[in-house]
Design a protein around this ligand. Structure first.
Ligand code: BGC
Length: 720
């Protein structure tokens, strides 16, 4: 018989993925053999941290520790054993992949899979069992500091993009930890706010991506959120963890707490938490002295079992799951690889398809590669790092190409001059910052080079510092910070050829939109940001990204802010009501007839596409949609065919339309292609709160086909 120690040793020394791997059934058998050999103390120890990012194994049996790492855009640098400081290793620089909001903008699930595989390989190389991601919380308000880590406002898009990411990561033997389950839609009072949401909004908007991640993606772990639901913290929440996740969805993996998200022993024991991490910290910066044994699932749990309050039934279930995770991730996988050319290419390919061209009047873009123009590059984001910030998702990249460098590379014959124009007062690569009071001199210097230039490229936006797309705080308002709006207005005044490039993971107000000829949404693209910005501006890349969330004209146009009531956002006395119910994002804009600045699904190309010959047919179980997409322009490019469906005369509140299918097609100039999409009729159901089940209404529906949520053609269908 193979001993347990030998089992783990032989697996972890195998070089080649796939060789001699245990099947799921063999893993279960193994667990049956191991479990009876463990003491009460050994079992409880496995249920909580032994350091900031590891949980113990059982040394005497050769059962290895489990190592967890952030996530979700690359493998985070090594953190100290028991404080939030970095360990200053020199072998932990990684590939920084585009943020998940950018990945969502590609509308390309194949890229999600490649993202997952590359990230999984980097995780294995760094000896991590679990990568803490993807983030699947829905974009509810443009103020949420962590929207850049999520995949936008639509549950269908998020689901379709999340599943291959998870499958990709786990195909390398690294577990994903989908987070933050659930209703973690803001950073204000994130540790304590109690979310009141209707069952319909919960089921139709906030849970579908998690369900897809578990049921279709088979994620091996899931992370509980900090906030409360039904007055119970999500990390020990009966409804979410026991009834829905482990009950309805039959989740067989590990529920890990968010770092510092556990507050008591009893509910954590019985309500489905398996692993407790980061207790007595705020999850990011502060902490207090404690012993890991004092965690809620440590000594207090052991004592509660010893004095008969609990049996070992719940503990055995937790340990069974933890061993399953341990065996799944120590199952003869390869060693992975890191910062190789292939991973850089993956990061670059995703970034290429993520950029969204928001405006391009008189085809000012692309600029000629070989032009000898005088180009003025203005804005702090042209030169600062946008990777080493943002909270737990920050990374130590092996390299990062700044937009300034990218622009210089993209226009080798141009005369490129650079000026900050403004400063956030935070560190900027390669530039000595003047004090904040010298903003005026910065502005004047920028206006001077702008005036003398043939073209101005302004690179600004948010920057992942506190309250500017960063964990631990929401944005204070919807405007661009640090005087950028005024600066843009002044730049266009001195030089009408001012192109705006924005980095952010959130929508921002654009009061100057009518005055500038072109706007490019460049997200946080990771290591390759600068190259891709340059290649979009010079036309090497033909933009094909689409917005994964709506851009309201003003904050009050977005659902939660329209109520102008603090109880709807950010909550009063830690109580918050999701009064907009199911009408988030474009569902709100469409249904309330409030025109957005830019709609969900929108994005221009340097080419022109036509979607024609659309037909919609109903079968017993599907709506079959077919259309021809033609590239009418002179450049190769890609278009995303989007299918939305709405119920006419519903008996319940419904959005005018909801995304139910999409397909991205790459076409050479002049080429056309037929596209076929299948929408399961099942997916048209709403959640009936009285019956507590999904219901498909009979009668008339409208199918909308187009290339953005506000550019569609309607087709009637009847479901009987
Ligand atoms: C964040 C998680 C993260 C964890 C570990 C928490 O503050 O909310 O997303 O994975 O810290 O760094």
């Amino acid at each position: 018989m193979v001993t347990i120690a030998a089992l783990f040793v032989s697996c972890s020394t195998q070089e080649q993925q796939g060789k001699g791997q245990m099947t799921e059934a063999q893993i279960e058998q193994r667990i049956d053999e191991i479990l009876p050999q463990l003491t009460l103390e050994e079992k409880a120890a496995m249920c909580h941290a032994q350091s900031k990012f590891s949980t113990p194994g059982v040394p005497r049996l050769g059962i290895p520790e489990i190592w967890w790492s952030d996530g979700p855009h690359g493998v985070r640098a090594e953190i100290n054993w028991n404080d939030w400081g970095y360990s200053s290793w020199t072998n932990d620089s990684v590939t920084a992949f585009p943020a998940l909001s950018a990945l969502a903008a590609t509308f390309n699930p194949e890229l999600s899979y490649l993202y997952g595989v590359a990230l999984g390989e980097e995780s294995r190389y760094r000896k991590k069992n679990v990568i803490l991601g993807p983030g699947l919380n829905i974009y509810r308000t443009p103020l949420n500091g962590r929207n850049f880590e999520y995949m936008g406002e639509d549950p269908y898009l998020t689901s379709v993009m999340a599943v291959p990411y998870i499958q990709g990561v786990q195909s390398t033997g690294t577990a994903t930890s989908v987070k933050h389950f659930a209703l973690n839609n803001q950073e204000v009072d994130r540790m304590s706010v109690n979310v009141k949401v209707s069952d319909r909004a919960l089921r139709e908007i906030y849970l579908p991506a998690f369900k897809a991640a578990i049921v279709r993606g088979h994620a091996w772990t899931i992370m509980g959120a900090y906030n409360k639901y039904q007055d119970e913290h999500c990390c020990s929440n009966k409804t979410l963890l026991m009834d829905i996740l482990k009950g309805e969805w039959q989740f067989d993996g590990v529920v890990v707490s968010d770092w510092g998200g556990v507050h008591e022993t009893d509910r954590s024991v019985v309500n489905g938490l398996d692993v407790e991490m980061g207790t007595y910290t705020n999850g990011l910066t502060s902490e207090s002295k404690f012993s890991f044994d004092d965690y809620f699932l440590g000594r207090p749990y052991v004592n509660a079992i010893k004095c008969g309050k609990f049996t070992e039934k719940e503990l055995d279930d937790k340990v069974r799951r933890i061993l399953r995770l341990n065996l799944r991730t120590n199952n003869g996988w390869g060693n992975g690889r890191m910062t190789c050319d292939e991973h850089m290419k993956v990061a670059h390919d995703i970034a290429k398809e993520a950029v969204v061209l928001l405006k391009n009047e008189t085809d000012v873009l692309p600029l000629n590669k070989d032009s000898e123009l005088k180009i003025a590059v203005v804005g702090e984001n042209a030169v600062r790092s946008l990777i080493k910030a943002g909270g737990s998702s920050e990374l130590k990249p092996k390299y990062e190409v700044s937009p300034l460098e990218g622009i210089r590379n993209a226009f080798p014959k141009a005369n490129v001059e650079q000026s900050l124009g403004y400063t956030s007062g935070m560190s900027v690569y390669g530039a000595v910052l003047p004090p904040r009071e010298n903003q005026d001199s910065l502005r004047l210097a920028a206006l001077k080079i702008a005036k003398e230039a043939d073209i101005v490229i302004f690179v600004g936006g948010l920057n992942k510092s506190h309250e500017q797309d960063c964990e631990g705080g929401d944005r204070k308002d919807y405007l661009l910070p640090f005087g950028q709006n005024q600066l843009i207005e002044q730049l266009v005044e001195v030089n009408p050829k001012t192109i705006v490039v924005l980095t952010s993971g959130n929508a921002v107000a654009m009061p100057w939109i009518e005055k500038v000829p072109a706007v490019v949404q460049a997200w946080y693209l990771g290591s390759e940001l600068g190259n891709v910005v340059g290649e979009v501006l010079n036309g090497t890349i033909n933009p094909s990204g689409k917005l994964p969330f709506s851009y309201p004209v003003k904050l009050e146009d977005s659902a939660p802010h329209s109520f102008a009531d603090a109880v709807v956002y950010p909550g009063v006395d830690k109580q918050e009501e999701y009064r907009e119910d199911i009408l988030i994002g474009y569902r709100w804009h469409d249904t309330k007839d409030i025109k957005p600045l830019f709609a969900f699904g929108y994005g221009l190309s340097y080419s022109q596409f036509e979607i024609k010959n659309i037909s919609v047919n109903k079968t017993v179980s599907n709506l079959n949609i077919s259309a021809t997409v033609a590239n009418m322009g002179s450049r190769d490019g890609a278009e995303v065919v989007q299918v939305y469906v709405g119920k006419n005369d519903s008996k319940v509140l419904r959005a005018v339309k909801e995304l139910k299918g999409f397909k991205k097609v790459s076409l050479k100039s002049g080429e056309e292609q037929m596209v076929e999409l299948e929408v399961p009729i099942e997916s048209l159901a709403f959640y009936n709160e009285e019956l507590k089940s999904w219901e498909i209404e009979k009668g008339g529906y409208t199918v909308y086909v187009g290339n953005s949520s506000d550019n569609v053609q309607p087709f009637d269908v009847n479901i009987d």
